[in-house]
Design a protein around this ligand. Structure first.
Ligand code: NAD
Length: 467
């Protein structure tokens, strides 16, 4: 892919979509439903090719994960938006200032939305937000990730076949294309990716005062209570930590365990992984790390933590040789008591490594969380309502799941998004519709205003009765 022509093309596409948006006027509910149905059919009709392509991009990833998370997850969001958008579009009636005036809020499209999407669930994290973007009546230009090149090319081909470029279009390219993309004068820009790149995106968008929705990452903590079942908690934590080999923005990043339960947790986590993955190194059900660079990054976390005195517990049920494989799999690994300044405790892991820390009083875990950036998710395992309240009311995070990991993000009726360094703005369901709409206040003045219109001199007189 040549960069310069693609950059010229994205500038032209923006003009095309802006002009189409002005010429056509606001898309009706029926037109939006038509677009959503096209997207649903596109994903359903091409599900097998999507699954095979994502597997190829990862080197190894089970088709079932893609069919569930990428295809079905996207279709559910698109259907939910389709089935609810007429209701969401209903104007809200408001009280007018004068008895015969009318006031309402209409949720109108923003115009052309730009989207930079990531590689870890490359279809879901493109099409789930697209549900809100289209439901709100916008046009969209998408720049999918260069780390899943075959999937991004497939997305471009499928969108190109189903949509005119004036409706939804895809541009392809790497960081230079992405950097230019974020300088375009979109009406809104959605970025899903790392916090560090998110800063560049927001800075570039600011030059044109383009509003941004940033779906970022960070270190999502888990606090396991003294009263929790260590075995249940370990099983649920390792289920999500091994899903997509931890390459999930909502993956538990580190775990706080009561000091006296540490060894039980290590045993339970090891058992849980063995139950799910009797073999790992050549198991197509265990996702590979996306590329050599990320594989090396994760391994460098391990060597750094080891050098700094952390205990490394590799979970490798069949004692396999991971260096012999031709894809980049990495065994799930517990990193026990890494120092605070180790890289694994400074950076988002985004892989199957799990730092395990201990505490004596839950307040220590809360303080630790609060000394760091606000996470995308926070997880608490326990059956003590007072302690649960203490944890939730003394921390801030994008979302929370109690007694599991990540499940809060599966609901189409709850907003999904970060806070602080883990992002701004939210989507899923009506939250997405609202994020990609402008709430336009519309006031129709009445006639019976003459007697007490406060904006006409002598100012203030009609007001006296209220002061
Ligand atoms: P990334 O930030 O490294 O890259 C994402 C995209 O940014 C790429 O497509 C790249 O082309 C583009 N990019 C690179 N430099 C750029 C620049 N200067 N300006 C504009 N764009 C630029 O993220 P990633 O590796 O694709 O994904 C991993 C990260 O994404 C993790 O931090 C993870 O937590 C986060 N994430 C968040 C969510 C969420 O919904 N909150 C979902 C998935 C991933």
């Amino acid at each position: 892919m040549k960069t310069a022509p693609e950059i010229a093309r994205m500038h032209a596409l923006l003009q095309t979509q802006k002009q189409a948006s002005l010429a056509h006027g606001i898309l009706s509910a029926d037109e939006r439903i038509g677009w959503l149905n096209r997207l649903i059919a596109m994903l359903a009709d091409n599900k097998d090719e999507i699954a095979d392509t994502i597997t190829r991009d990862f080197g190894s990833r089970t088709r079932e994960l893609t069919l569930l998370a990428d295809v079905l997850g996207s279709i559910n969001e698109l259907k939910f938006a389709r089935d609810n958008l007429a209701k969401w579009m209903q104007p809200e009636a408001h009280a007018g200032m004068f008895p015969d005036a009318q006031a309402r809020v209409e949720y109108v499209p923003l115009g052309v939305v730009g989207m930079l999407s990531p590689w870890n669930f490359p279809v879901n994290l493109t099409f789930a937000p697209l549900a809100g973007i289209v439901a709100a009546g916008n046009r969209c230009i998408i720049k999918p990730s260069e780390l899943t090149p075959a999937t991004s090319a497939l997305i471009a081909r499928l969108i190109g076949a189903a949509f005119n470029e004036s409706e939804i279009a895809v541009v392809l390219g790497g960081p230079d294309v992405a950097a230019e993309f974020s300088t375009l004068a979109f009406d809104h820009l959605l970025y899903t990716g790392s916090t560090s790149v998110g800063r560049h995106v927001m800075r570039a968008a600011a030059a044109n005062l383009v509003p941004v929705t940033l779906e970022l990452g960070g270190k999502s903590p888990v606090i396991v209570s003294q009263c929790a079942s260590v075995e249940d908690a370990a099983a649920r934590i390792m289920t999500i930590k091994t899903l997509n080999a931890g390459q999930i923005c909502l993956a538990p990043d580190y775990v706080f365990i009561p000091e006296h339960s540490l060894e039980r947790f290590i045993t339970a986590a090891t058992t849980a992984v063995g139950n799910m993955f009797p073999t790992l190194a050549n198991n197509p059900g265990y996702t590979a790390i996306i590329n050599e660079r990320h594989h090396a990054r994760l391994q460098s976390y391990l060597s750094d933590a080891r050098e700094r005195g952390a205990r490394i517990v590799e979970i490798n049920p069949a004692n396999e040789d991971f260096t012999a494989q031709n894809v980049h799999r990495l065994p799930p690994t517990l990193v026990v008591q890494p120092p605070e300044d180790s890289r694994i405790m400074q950076e988002e892991i985004f892989g199957p490594l799990l730092p395990v820390l201990t505490y004596r009083h839950v307040g220590e875990a809360i303080d630790f969380v609060n000394k760091r950036d606000r996470p995308l998710a926070l997880y608490y395992f326990g059956q003590d309502p007072a302690e649960e309240h203490q944890v939730l009311s003394n921390t801030i995070s994008g979302g929370v799941t109690v007694n599991d990991c990540m499940t809060h993000a599966f609901s189409e009726t709850m907003p999904f998004g970060g806070v602080g360094a883990s992002g701004m703005g939210a989507y899923h369901g009506q939250a997405g519709f609202r994020t990609f709409s402008h709430a336009r206040a519309i006031y129709r003045q009445g006639k019976a205003i003459e007697a007490e219109y406060a904006l006409r001199p002598p100012y203030g007189e009609p007001m006296q009765q209220y002061l």
